[in-house]
Design a protein around this ligand. Structure first.
Ligand code: MN
Length: 326
């Protein structure tokens, strides 16, 4: 997905982004962001947040739908990324992914689409009319400095391991939960798991204590560490936990566990780029604009997409500053 906020620089404003070395329980509310167009789909964004830059290397969390793709289709034209991996995880519906390394893949619920932008990639995403409902999350993982120049790549995983305990079932998207290890390629110590709870069910997830963790509530009625949270909230849990209690309230509940080793590099996130400083972001933006104009660039070309590429927004009049984790 493309970050279509009209003034993406505003994301840099405000707030401390402190890593908590101790367990905490801080509930962050999402903000609604239109994805552009006359019948824009609204997404609920919880990262980056004024109060939290990242959780491990997870640096971008959008939760979208349920929406009727006939009424408000997702149609994101070819756009670039650098310095990150995109994790596309659907709860309902179907999205066609096309990219500049030649991939054309149908993303469906339960299957992971993982795109490593590395030094530069472009892709398009289009919902298909095959399902009456589209619902999903779009996540970005920042690449550590030594992996930022890696070659762009795309991988698709249909068979992900599941950690089950009590009435809790955790599909491991990245990293590991207990003995369940995802086959997906990662570049920093990280975990991501889709946790489903049967009505009245619950259990404890084993966690890596050196990681910081958070849970995105994918349904109402999810009880995280003893407190119920509403759908769309992100519960930041800090570091230092070796387990986490998750239960459903009255009915079935669902949440997304995100965690990782605290990412201590400064990041400059602007539009679809995860860089380190203003000059770098300005250079890749200029290169993308040349790609839109038809030049051969690091971003390649998305074959088979019916339409033009998405131009970058203008840079703000001030120098962009990276954001750290004090
Ligand atoms: Mn994208």
């Amino acid at each position: 997905m493309s970050n279509l906020e009209r003034r993406p620089d505003e994301e840099l404003a405000g707030g401390l982004a402190t890593v908590s070395a101790e367990p905490v329980r801080r509930v962050l509310q999402p903000r609604e962001v239109p994805l552009g167009g006359p019948r824009a789909m609204l997404v609920r964004r919880t990262l980056p947040h004024r109060g939290l830059r990242s959780v491990g290397a997870w640096c971008f969390v959008d939760d979208y739908g349920p929406a009727d793709p006939a009424e408000s289709p997702m149609r994101v034209p070819p756009h670039p990324h650098t310095g990150l991996q995109t994790v596309t995880w659907l709860l309902d519906g179907e999205v066609l992914h096309q990219d500049s390394v030649g991939s054309s893949a149908l993303v469906r619920p339960g299957a992971l689409s993982l795109m490593t932008a590395g030094r530069g990639i472009s892709h398009a995403e289009t919902s298909t009319p095959s399902s009456p409902t589209l619902r999903g999350v779009q996540l970005w993982v920042a690449l550590p400095d030594e992996a930022r120049e890696t070659a762009p790549a795309f991988e698709h995983h249909d068979a992900l391991p599941v950690h089950e305990v009590g009435g809790l079932s955790a599909t491991v998207v990245l990293g590991r939960v207990g003995d369940a290890v995802s086959p997906a390629t990662t570049y920093s110590p990280i975990v991501g798991a889709d946790v489903q709870l049967a009505a009245g069910g619950g259990g404890e997830l084993p966690l890596e204590p050196s990681f910081e963790h958070a849970v995105l509530a994918l349904s109402d009625g999810l009880v995280v560490d003893g407190g119920e949270v509403s759908r769309g909230s992100l519960v930041y849990l800090g570091c230092g936990r070796d387990r986490l209690a998750l239960t459903g309230g009255g009915g079935a509940a669902r949440g997304l566990l995100l965690g990782g080793e605290p990412f201590d590099e400064e990041l400059l996130m602007w539009w679809n780029f995860v860089g380190r400083d203003h000059d770098e972001v300005e250079a890749v933006r200029d290169e993308w604009q040349r790609a839109v104009a038809g030049e051969e660039t690091r971003f390649g070309r998305v074959e088979g997409y019916d339409g033009g590429a998405l131009p970058a927004p203008a840079l703000p009049g001030v120098r962009l500053r990276p954001r750290g984790r004090p």
